[in-house]
Write a protein that binds this ligand. Sequence first.
Ligand code: PLP
Length: 376
Amino acid sequence: MYNIPLFDLNFGIEEETAVLETLRSKWISTGPKTAAFETDFSGLLGVGYSLALANCTVSLHLAMKILGIGPGDEVICPSLTFVATVNAVRYVDAIPVFADIRGDADLTMDPLDIERKITSRTKAIVVMHYAGFPCAMDEIMRIAKAHDLKVIEDACHGPLSEYRGQKLGTIGDAGCFSFFSNKNISTGEGGMLVTNNEALYDHAKLLRSHGMTTLSYERSKGHSTGYDVVESGYNYRMDDIRASIGIVQLKKLKNDLLKRAEVRQWYEDAFAEVSRVVVPFKGHNGFVSNYIFAVLLESSCRRSRDEVRDALHKAGIQTSMHYPPVHLFSIFREFSDSLPVTESAASRLITLPMYSRMTKPEVEYIAQTLQDIIHG
Ligand SMILES: *Cc1c(COP(=O)(O)O)cnc(C)c1O
């Protein structure tokens, strides 16, 4: 009998040692570890600037702020995403305009629908790279350029994922990452904002710490004695305890993703023999993070998604559902639109276990169990 979780943290002694070292250094708030984490992150992504933050939600908020998005501006965004992507649009009193996804085989935003939703008030597009699979960035950047729109990448699912040789999060004006426990990089809570634009970075750094012109760490080193406050900022900082975990996690990332790619291949092979199940992004040949592994039941499947999830649970397989469409939540009903492709896919979607330490027999057991549930 199996008991397969949805996700398993890849922590080891290295993370424990890093935290102990930071605790014993007695500098536990934003300081040298945070700076080193940012430098390492920029190096890994080949991006100009990285700013470590408390989480990705505030990273998305800062992206809106530094790109000058404000009251009444329209921001085109996905609905098949975590709600934080869209909450961030509301933090600056902008209007979310939802765009549909491409279809069962590609759960990312449809450039045609993005273009259809553009009005004279549109200011930006927020994209979300589902499971680490890239949105159609060539088309989306072309649309953005033609209409003078900013592009924010919610790259929470895709650290190190690539689109035509470029790392996700580095293609638009700003990229946002999360280090929540169950992400590819885990620090408990944590986030990063990346950009190649120095002025945007400077502005985000100012807003990260109350709009103050220097940080306490810099003052403690005697580099500065006073400070000014030039804008109403926030406390969106990451601390050095989390940053020290992040530094270790970055070292593990590439290997972890290579293992996940292998797990995904086992899934694709096993599901080749299961009818009535669609594997989105099947055969995709770029380097991707495989943050989650989602499948869709075909409309002709005689079992409902919830029935199938219940049966999987009884067989010891934990599942989830990424995501309930954001445009259907009560708080977003006033901005709601009909998104037939998103609604259909979301009603048939099941997220299956995915983590680097999964074994081939576990993957085969999951595929076989799903086959038995659907066809049994
Ligand atoms: C996790 C996640 C977020 C939120 O990140 P936090 O660090 O928890 O604030 C936003 N968008 C997507 C797509 C996510 O997966």
